[in-house]
Design a protein around this ligand. Structure first.
Ligand code: ZN
Length: 91
């Protein structure tokens, strides 16, 4: 089991959290102007990166806040935690 450090609550068991997938996916600013293929890319296509990457986590059974975890997908080692900024991206 992973031990994840919530930026507000401190270290907690993985079971308190929910993973929201890859971080940094930007919603098109004008969804009506993008093609179906571009919209499908936004909704479904992810890098499925092997190694260190950034993903969103939600402290569902705690403070209920979202934050970013930099985690190695091969070793599960957590390299860092980032709070989200006002614009929804890491600060
Ligand atoms: Zn928390």
């Amino acid at each position: 089991m992973l031990l994840i450090t919530c930026p507000w609550c401190g270290p907690r068991a993985e079971t308190e959290f929910s993973c929201g997938g890859e971080a940094g996916i930007v919603r098109p600013t004008a969804p009506d102007t993008v093609s179906d293929a571009e919209w499908a890319d936004y909704l479904f296509m992810r890098s499925n990166h092997r190694g260190l990457h950034r993903e969103q986590w939600w402290h569902a059974h705690g403070c209920r806040r979202w934050f970013i975890v930099r985690r190695d997908t091969v070793t599960y080692r957590i390299d860092g935690i980032e709070k989200l900024g006002a614009a929804g991206e890491a600060t």
